[in-house]
Design a protein around this ligand. Structure first.
Ligand code: UD1
Length: 375
């Protein structure tokens, strides 16, 4: 390689939480003149509010390439991404492919790269729910197995990787890039009060709900159970629910739309952009969620969080943070909500290295290692 040749890194992203995690990494990589970064968007998420709106809110340039893969079954979506991403890589193979999180785009991009012998970096490695019913768990386990750089958000995640036989030298505990974005965006999110005013809700007077995981929303029985469980909380305070497109589709397919709409105290809204959602979260009394990232964000914001799942791949948010895993147990949700409203909610601390500097650690490590390899 000639002296002036840049080290090329391709970042592959596709879904909403990916955009939040990649934004600070792109900014940090740009600070190294030796590195040339390109961003490929697979098109897993494509609606304006699920995609472009996030790029705008996060202040990142539009992707260099859009593969336009769209929705489909797991096999179809993963296969299509692999096919198109491989074509892109073959045209101009980079020195590294970087992927974030645990969505289908994460695994598909990593797998396409590794089969072309291109090294892979996985950001947010080592998280485990040990529930293989979750598509994300399969994506995590497989992506970690084929990655060369495994960047973790907690010491526990590193221990999981060691137990699975990953070489210690590949594991780097760097912190949480989703929290980098959160910290950077807080001042702007603070000012996004329009939506709350429109809803005529006072700060601290409502709960914020997210619900979109297939294991909850894809079965009528589970979705009805969720509805009953949520009634327990909605009897105590208004619940604001920005509905994910997957869930909206399920509501109408399963004939549950009317029942959800009929639940008094449940305020449905379309999906929100990053800053509007963050504003709602900052001002909420508590959060009810089945999302992974939101368990982390509430921990940093000190907002009490009830996780509507049976387990979490992010135990640090329970050990250190404000998170309690409650499943879909109506009684438990009501009791914990009462505690929170009575001022007895979990207080929590901020996990180690969730300081807004994770992306700069990642960029420094990659720049050092890749420069060494290319000498
Ligand atoms: C995906 C991730 C999940 C992540 C979530 C964040 C996987 C396996 N799952 O789930 O881990 O928490 O993103 O939002 O990768 N749809 C639209 N517009 C869009 C995108 C999707 O209407 O822009 C609808 C389509 O009907 C689609 C469905 O939502 O079939 C599901 O989308 P998909 O990307 O397959 O999974 P998510 O549920 O969004």
């Amino acid at each position: 390689m000639s002296k002036t040749r840049k080290i090329r890194i391709v970042c592959g992203v596709g879904a909403r939480p990916n955009f939040v995690k990649i934004a600070p990494i792109l900014r940090s990589l740009k600070r190294y003149s030796r590195l040339a970064t390109r961003l490929v968007h697979t098109g897993q998420h494509y609606d304006r509010v699920m995609s472009e709106a996030f790029f705008e809110d996060l202040g990142i340039a539009p992707p260099d390439v859009f593969l336009g893969v769209g929705s489909g079954s797991h096999g179809l979506q993963t296969g299509k991404i692999m096919e198109k991403f491989e074509e892109f890589l073959l045209a101009d193979p980079p020195e590294l492919v970087l992927v974030v999180g645990d969505v289908n785009s994460t695994l598909a991009c990593a797998l396409a790269a590794v089969k072309l012998h291109i090294p892979v970096a996985h950001v947010e490695a080592g998280l485990r729910s040990y529930n293989r019913e979750m598509p994300e768990e399969i994506n995590r386990v497989l992506t970690d197995q084929i990655s060369d750089f495994l960047f973790t958000t907690s010491r526990g995640a590193g221990e999981n990787l060691l137990r699975e036989g990953v070489d210690e030298k590949k594991i780097f505990f760097v912190g949480n890039t989703m929290i980098d974005s959160l910290r950077k965006s807080l001042p702007r999110a603070e000012r996004r009060s329009r939506f709350l005013r429109e809803l005529e809700l006072a700060p601290g007077s409502y709960a914020l709900l997210t619900l979109h995981r297939p294991e909850v929303v894809d079965s009528k029985e589970r979705l009805e159970k969720a509805l009953k469980a949520l009634e327990g909380a909605a009897e105590l305070l208004p619940v604001v629910y920005p509905v994910h497109p997957r869930t909206r589709k399920r509501f109408s397919e399963l004939g549950l739309e009317k029942r959800f709409r009929g639940l008094s105290n449940l305020i449905l809204s379309p999906p929100l952009g990053y800053l509007d959602f963050l504003h709602l979260m900052i001002r909420s009394r508590m959060v009810l969620t089945d999302s992974g990232g939101i368990q982390e964000e509430t921990t940093v914001l000190g907002v009490p969080c009830l996780t509507l799942r049976e387990e979490t791949e992010r135990p640090v948010t329970v050990e250190k943070g404000t998170n309690i895993v409650v499943g879909l147990d109506r009684g438990k949700i009501r009791r914990e909500t009462e505690k929170i409203l009575g001022g007895k909610g979990k207080k929590g601390k901020i996990p180690e290295l969730w300081d807004g500097k994770a992306a700069s650690r990642i960029a420094r490590i990659l720049s050092e290692r890749l420069s060494k390899n290319s000498k």
